[in-house]
Design a protein around this ligand. Structure first.
Ligand SMILES: [Zn+2]
Length: 284
């Protein structure tokens, strides 16, 4: 499965001790000035956009599995794409912060290095400028448990619906394949990439969830546009906040109401108008 993490990257310097760790992976002895190092948050124990979260033990296991793993671009595992490597990891527990399930917040932080060379310069520049800031991990877990009934949903579905009355807890990571820089999505929540390769029991429902999410995004954008015309005094942020709490049905209703209100407004007769009830603008 692949998991994305926004705002994952921050810069760091390399200590002598860390240089020793880095040189374990290098054929020639590297000096501090040959290296560009950065912190990267790979994942945490917060429920994500797919209504899934790793538990604390899973983060600890991943911290061991990710040492020495290469970072690539857009999950394309070609030799020339292997541009960074993780040389240390830690599970950072933030006692003062709780995740949405009420547990102490924890995240898997890694330190990675790249060679400062011409080939890597564009990427290093993008990292420094804050343009490349999202990473995605690709790993396998052997157990996925329902947060309500505790059933292992990899073995069979339970009566609960993920995202409606439960979330799924990812347990027992068995492999960490790589991690990847991914393109920053145009809008928040737009960049989720998630695939179950050998875990097809939920592949179809994952696909449906993704389509539903796209449709919801489309409805939200439409409502923001209509609200801007009909109630310009309400800020875009407020409309977005309202929309983020609504179900698909409620979003559809709100869009219909806005379209009615839009039609009721006095408009020049000769302007060509699109059929506003069509959802042609929604593409998968
Ligand atoms: Zn359940």
């Amino acid at each position: 499965m692949k998991k994305n993490f926004d705002n994952a990257i921050s810069l760091c310097s390399v200590t002598e001790k860390e240089l020793e760790l880095i040189n374990k992976y290098s054929l020639t002895e590297l000096k501090a000035e040959d290296i560009f190092a950065f912190n990267v948050v790979l994942c945490d124990n917060e429920t994500d956009r797919d209504f899934e979260c790793f538990d604390m033990d899973a983060l600890k296991t991943l911290s061991e599995l990710y040492i020495g793993k290469t970072g690539i671009l857009n999950h394309e595992m070609k030799a020339e794409n292997q541009i960074a490597r993780i040389y240390s990891t830690e599970v950072e527990v933030i006692e003062s912060q709780k995740n949405s399930a009420g547990n102490t917040y924890a995240r898997l932080k890694a330190k990675a290095y790249m060679l400062k060379n011409e080939k890597n310069k564009p990427l290093i520049d993008e990292i420094c400028a804050g343009i490349k800031k999202e990473v995605s991990i690709n790993c396998a877990v052997s157990k996925i448990v329902c947060s309500v009934c505790g059933k292992d949903v990899k073995k069979g579905r339970c009566e609960h619906k993920k995202g409606q009355n439960c979330y799924h807890i990812l347990k027992n990571p068995t492999d960490a394949y790589e991690w990847s820089f991914v393109a920053v999505p145009a809008q928040k929540n737009a960049g989720t990439v998630k695939k179950f390769t050998n875990e097809n029991i939920s592949a179809e429902s994952e696909n449906l969830v993704e389509i539903a999410e796209k449709y919801k995004n489309f409805l939200r954008q439409e409502i923001v546009k209509l609200s801007n015309v009909i109630s310009p005094e309400i800020s875009v942020k407020s409309v977005e906040n309202i929309c983020s709490a609504l179900s698909v049905n409620a979003l559809e209703e709100l869009r219909k109401d806005y379209l009615k209100a839009d039609k009721a407004r006095i408009k020049p007769q000769l302007l060509p108008r699109k059929n506003e009830n069509s959802i042609d603008g929604f593409m998968i």
